[in-house]
Every structure is written in C-alpha cells, then in structure tokens.
Write a protein that binds this ligand. Structure first.
Ligand code: SF4
Ligand code: SF4
Ligand code: ZN
Length: 308
C-alpha cells in the first residue's frame, strides 16, 4: 500500500493521523497549516478585489454606461445561489417546537413568573474567527440604508443561510417583540411568526429566507439579523455614507464552501516559502448601484471572470 504522507513535512502518517486528514500530529505542521490557510484567504480577498477593480474599469469604459460619474468604486460581496425548497414536515415541526418554547419562556417573563431569560439556546454562530463578523449599531441615512438593502438583495442573503431552523430567534427576541406589542396574546404572537413562514425557502438556509428576502419584519427579527454586516456590506455603508453621489460596482462572488485539502498545496521554490493552496471562486453577478438602487448588468466582456 502506498504510504500516505503529511502534506507539510512529508513524513508517513500513522493510521490515527490518516483518519484525521492529511497532516501529521506535530505542532509545527499544524502551525504551518494554519498559516497556509490564512495566506490562502488573504490571497483570495486580494484576487477578488483585483478582479472587481478590473470589472469597474470595464464598466466605466463601456459605451453603454451613461452615468455622469465615471469614478466607480468596486465592492466585493458574497452571493447565495441556492435554490428554493419546500421544508419537510420534520423540519417545520422542529422550528415550530422551538418557536413555541421561546414564546412560552418570553410569556413567563412577561407575566412575572420567571426572570431568567435562558438565551443559552444552541445557535450555530457566525464564523467567530472571521473578521467579517460585525454587529453594527450605527445610524445611517435613508439613502445609505437603501444602498445597503440593495446590496443584500443582490447578494440574496448569503449570511441568512446560517439561520437554518432557528432564524437566530431567542427568548430575548420574542420578549422584545411582545413588549413592543403588549396587546398581542402568546397565541397571536405565534400566529404572527407562523404566517410569515414562506412556502419555500432557500435550500439549507433560514426558514424565513424567501425569494424576496427575509419575510419577517425588522421588529420580529433577532438583533443578530438586524445588526449583522459582512465585510462587503460594511464597505457599501461606508462608501455610501462618505459620498451619496458615488456609484458602486457590486461584484458578487461565490467561493468554495470548504477549504481545499492541504495535499493540493503547491510548493514554491525556496526553503522557507510556505506551500500555497488556491481557494476556488467565481464572479456570479455584477450590479451598478446608483442613488441607492442596484441594477444588474452583463459583464462588459462575454468571458466570465474567474480566479484562473
Ligand atoms: S450582510 Fe453580506 S452576506 Fe449578508 S445578505 Fe448582506 S451582503 Fe449578503
Ligand atoms: S430571520 Fe430573516 S434576516 Fe434572519 S437569518 Fe432568517 S432570513 Fe435572514
Ligand atoms: Zn508533518
């Protein structure tokens, strides 16, 4: 049998190590692997920005582009391209059971029977290692808010895929909603949340993630949902806030869901150079955002732009 070797130090892997992946158990190899992945992510972001800059130049130069301003700011945003699907009965039941429990707990607090808000519900968090994790508490103008909404609509809610069957709802979310609407009885609160579940939602994503975006009102959403901004959205907000006349070119990109295996790393020449891995990605769509409104455009060149 051909020996399987560590992707970093080339030492033959033990049976235990093989089960875990393509890395030996030495601390140095793990450290190098972490750096290789960090480098791959940085390189990915740089590649995307470079491609976005080229696209913005192409858009600016295109004859059909009749905007007065030719100073276009490229912004890279994610994209959700999952299809819509009907939820299974079991999935619906799971969501409804949890919703019922949250409402009961919030109602008990409202009635003074409980002061403990157990928001220790297991939610799958956003990638806590990601620098993109931000919860903005900033006030924005109507125009900036419009540009941000356009960007999220254009992305189609990549971040909302993480809402799955919990939608980030917690006891505190329900408590806030019920305090804002004291005339509603728990049964009516339940009805409000249930009637907003769309018949189909994004495959593998949040139960409220419809083709038109989130079907909950902002008041009904969790503070995570109301405050989350990915890095691209932060850029949209800051660019729009700086100068409302700026025209943005949104380049939505699709990245590989999982990291490539370390065994695919290429070793550049030189004794100290780190192995390099490439994270596959492509440009999905391009839109021009002017006056807060996004308009999808065809890429100026017919060839799709990608990392290759
Ligand atoms: S915050 Fe970012 S990932 Fe989420 S919908 Fe908006 S653009 Fe997409
Ligand atoms: S509740 Fe709405 S905003 Fe929150 S994750 Fe689901 S679809 Fe997105
Ligand atoms: Zn090793």
């Amino acid at each position: 049998m051909t020996p399987i070797r560590c992707a970093i130090c080339d030492q033959e892997l033990s049976i235990h190590e093989r089960v875990k992946g393509d890395l030996c158990s030495r601390f140095e190899c793990k450290q190098i692997a972490t750096r290789v992945y960090a480098q791959a992510k940085t390189s990915l972001k740089n590649q995307q920005l470079e491609v976005a800059e080229v696209i913005a130049e192409q858009v600016s130069a295109a004859e059909s582009f009749d905007q007065q301003s030719r100073n276009l700011v490229p912004v890279v945003i994610p994209s959700n391209d999952n299809k819509l699907q009907h939820r299974t009965k079991a999935e619906r039941r799971k969501f409804l059971d949890r919703l019922g429990s949250l409402i009961s707990q919030a109602a008990a607090v409202m009635a003074g029977h409980s002061s403990v808000v157990s928001d220790d519900v297991e939610l799958e968090p956003f990638d806590s290692e990601s620098p993109e994790r931000q919860f903005a508490e900033v006030q924005v103008t109507e125009q900036t808010a419009k540009a941000m909404l356009s960007a999220c609509a254009f992305c189609r809610g990549k971040c909302c895929l993480q809402g799955k069957l919990h939608a980030f709802l917690t006891v505190k979310t329900l408590l806030r909603f019920m305090r804002n609407n004291p005339q509603l009885r728990p049964r009516e609160v339940w009805q409000r949340y249930v009637e907003r579940i769309p018949s189909q939602s994004s495959e593998g994503g949040c139960i409220y993630q419809s083709s038109q975006g989130c079907t909950l009102t902002r008041e009904m959403r969790s503070s995570v949902c109301n405050g989350y901004e990915c890095k691209g959205l932060v850029e949209v907000r800051e660019t729009a806030a700086e100068d409302s006349e700026t025209t943005m070119v949104l380049v939505s990109v699709c990245e590989a869901e999982s990291m490539p295996a370390l065994s695919t790393a290429k070793r550049p020449p030189g004794p100290v150079a780190l192995p390099v891995i490439q994270i596959p990605w492509t440009v999905q769509r391009v839109a021009v955002v002017a006056d807060g409104t996004a308009k999808q455009i065809e890429l100026p060149e017919s060839e799709p732009v990608s990392s290759d």
